[in-house]
Every structure is written in C-alpha cells, then in structure tokens.
Write a protein that binds this ligand. Structure first.
Ligand SMILES: [Zn+2]
Length: 447
C-alpha cells in the first residue's frame, strides 16, 4: 500500500508503510495509567475496515478496549495469536529531548514513547497479518491479531480480563508476543537473538511497622522508621545465591560458542560448573546477567514521617522481588520474614505470581529459529529468560506455548530507553524487522 507523498520502489512497500503507521500510532497517547486504549483500538479498527477484515472489540471498563481481528484458516493447526499491548509507560515530556507523543521521523529514527515497547512490534505484527490477507493466503490455522489494553499495569483490564471473560475467542496453539530481541555488542562479531520462552515470577510485598510516638529530640529506641531501615539492611546486605535453571543452562550453552571461558561448562554440562564460572568471571556485575541467575530483591518505595522533629508511629516499604523459574513464592516470603528478623513487621502480599515457562523443543520454536537464522546468518539464536514480566504469563498459565520474538537489533544501552527517556527505533530496524516478522508469520501459517 502506498502512503501519500512517499516514493515507493518495488519491493519496498512494507518499509514505508511501517514508518508512517508507527509514527501515527505513537501520536495516540496511551500512557497507562490511565491507558485510554480505546483510541488506539480505533486506529486499528479503521485499518481493518479499509482492508475488509472482521474484528471484535472488548471493553473491560470505560476507555479500556482490546481488539481481536481474525483471518480464518483451514483448522489444520490450532490458532496463532499475534499479541501486542497498546498501552505504554508514562513519559514526563520535560525530561525528553523531543515530544514523546510527536511520532517524529527524523535522522533515520522514529521517535516517541512506545517506539520500542511495544508499538513498533504491534505494527510489525499488523503488517505481517495484513500480508496474509492481501496475498490471499489461506492459513493452515486461524491467524489472530490481538492488540490489548493494560499490560503496563499488570494486564487486569487486558489479557487477564479477556481470558477470564471471553476465553473461547482466545484458544490458541501458539502465541507470539514481546520479550525477545536481538542484542549487538554483547558477544563478539555476532548478534544474540533471544527468543523469550520464560519469564521470572513476581512478588510485591508491602512491609508495615508501627511504634510509639515521640519527640525527635528524645530517641526512645522504638522508632518505627529506624526499625524498618535496620530490618531492610539485614534483608538486602547479603547477595542472593546463584541458581542455574534449565533455561539459563541452555542460554549459556548457546553462548558458549562465543565466550571461551564457558568451555568447562560446555564440556561437562553440569549446572554447578556453570554457577562457578558465573561467580568467578565478573558476569554478575552485569545486571541483566545477574537477574537471570538469581532471585532479586529491590526496595522500591518507603513512606514514613511528616515532620523533622516527630518520631513517626508508622513506616512502610515496598519490595519488588523477582523469582526464578521453579521457585515457590511462599517459601521466598518465609525467607524474607526470616531475614527481616523483626516480629513487629507485618508483611502484606500485594501481587504474587510464579515464573512461567514454555518448552523450546517444539516445532514452532525450531521454525522461529530457522527464520531468524535465515535473516541473521551470523546470529546466535537462543531461548531466553525475561527478567521482567509480560502478558505471556497468562497464556503460559493456560498451557499455550508463548514466545517473545522481536526481530530487531539493539545494544544493551538501547534497552535503557524502555520505560526511560528519548525512546526511539531506527527506520532500518523497523522496516527490516517488519520483513522478518512477515516472513516468520507466513511460515508459521503455511508450514
Ligand atoms: Zn511491553
């Protein structure tokens, strides 16, 4: 499809269409809270109207809309869902060097909130979906484009709602979502293409302490805030142990080709050997590596006191704990309690879910790997563990293999733009990524 004012060379149609669409999509402010995904759903609905594709919308509460479009297949395989979230993390425009909702295309980049997380992938999925329709390909399975609300705030009004209230519309044999991408600069001479097959669990705890009041000039030793600080220090002072899970062992097995120091692990394949190498190699100084081999604890919020000379009677803190696959949140909470070592601290569970995993020894995974290698012949392709969380967990909880795949190449530095400032994606990444994603979807619905 041509966009006005753009010269389109043969074979480059997808290129220009992706850029214009992403720019327009970024201009719709879907900061969550409040989300306001209804506007973004309208953006997709208008496109599907033009293309003559049926769709359905779901309003979980006013303004919170998700959209599902479907191309009917032969039913040979269970449906494939292309999942993407329309909401974005909030952006403080005064911190940015351009308008986060301007969708500006300049110097080879498309600028704005969502350029990476994940409006760009939403557009790649859309164009891959439209390709199947425009080329009149009859897929061997229903192909579903699913743009959802509320991922950034936990998915309650998005995927969670859809699966609880309309689960018949979302039966699937495979889901593709965010969570995987290609990293350059981590290993020498090769991009590392990660297909996320698992993500860590989450355990948000609120700690409450109370104590007697008093004047700041006369400490009585029972200061609630001081008690909380001391307990938090006991909790966070020691490093969490390194645990090698099967997914991480596989990840390092793939990396072994590039990192010589992994040699002893490649030879004996023992998790203990890998744990020793990780501990002795300085890798733990890299937060993304540390996060995939440990449970992590971050103190993310504290609240106490109102006046300089008043000892507060209450103090609160919030912990963001992330759990490796196979860990029992209840046991982790017990461990936290033990380390805090203060019976007066009340622990409230705010949000708790286990890590989720999909197998990587599947036909679909092999096909994804094959397509990525065809387009990135130098790459190392590996299953990976996402240390954050995404909507994938809801589908994995229902036993649907769900993979995070985004065929773009970013540096470790670029990853800071996610939920950070000055988020952007290169035109090259978007257009090449769209081609690869289109190829991938075509293969998945015709093979
Ligand atoms: Zn995201």
């Amino acid at each position: 499809m041509k966009r006005e004012g753009v010269t389109v060379k043969p074979g480059e149609e997808v290129t220009h269409e992706a850029v214009g669409l992403l720019s327009d999509y970024i201009k719709i402010n879907t900061s969550n809270p409040p989300g306001n995904e209804a506007e973004a759903a309208k953006f997709f609905a208008e496109i599907f109207d033009k293309e003559g594709i049926e769709y359905k919308t779901y309003e979980s509460k006013p303004g919170r809309v998700s959209l599902r479009a479907c191309i009917k297949g032969t039913g040979q395989n269970k449906p494939l869902i292309l999942l993407n979230h329309m909401d974005v993390a909030p952006a403080q425009s005064e911190e940015w060097s351009f308008d986060p909702f301007g969708g500006e295309v300049k110097d080879g980049f498309i600028h704005g909130r969502g350029a990476l997380d994940m409006k760009s992938q939403g557009i790649m999925e859309l164009l891959a979906f439209l390709h199947i329709s425009r080329e009149r390909i009859t897929p061997n399975r229903d192909l579903i484009f699913l743009a959802v609300a509320d991922e950034e705030e936990g998915g309650t009004w998005g995927v969670k709602y859809l699966l609880e209230h309309h689960c018949d519309d979302f039966q699937a044999g495979l889901v593709l979502n965010e969570g995987g991408f290609g990293v350059i600069g981590l290993i020498p001479n090769s991009p590392l293409m990660m297909i996320s097959t698992a993500e860590k669990g989450l355990c948000w705890l609120k700690l409450h302490v109370s104590g007697p009041p008093g004047h700041g000039s006369m400490p009585h030793g029972e200061n609630a805030l001081e008690k909380l600080i001391q307990a938090l220090n006991r909790l966070t002072v020691a490093d969490q142990p390194v645990t090698v899970t099967p997914i991480v062992a596989e990840y390092f097995k793939q990396l072994g080709a590039a990192w010589e120091f992994l040699g002893p692990f490649l030879k004996d394949g023992q998790p203990e050997t890998l744990a020793q190498i990780i501990q002795g190699s300085g890798l733990l100084a890299m937060p993304p590596i540390s996060a995939i081999v440990r449970n992590t604890i971050s103190v993310t919020s504290m609240n106490a006191g109102a006046k300089a000379n008043v000892i507060p009677t209450r103090a609160e803190a919030v912990l963001d704990i992330r759990l490796l696959p196979g860990q029992d949140p209840q046991k982790i909470i017990e461990g936290v309690k033990e380390k805090l070592a203060d019976g007066n601290i009340k622990i409230e569970s705010v949000s708790v879910n286990r890590a989720t995993e999909s197998p990587w020894d599947t036909e679909a995974f092999r096909l994804i790997r094959e397509v990525l290698l065809a387009h990135f012949p130098q790459a190392i392709v590996t299953p990976s563990l996402l240390f954050g969380s995404s909507d994938s967990r809801f589908f994995r909880d229902r036993g649907v293999p769900t993979y995070g795949v985004c065929p773009i190449l970013v540096t470790m530095d670029d990853a800071r733009m996610l939920h950070g400032i000055d988020e952007k994606i290169s035109v090259e990444n978007l257009t090449a990524g769209t081609m690869v994603f289109t190829d991938l979807v075509r293969r998945l619905v015709t093979t």
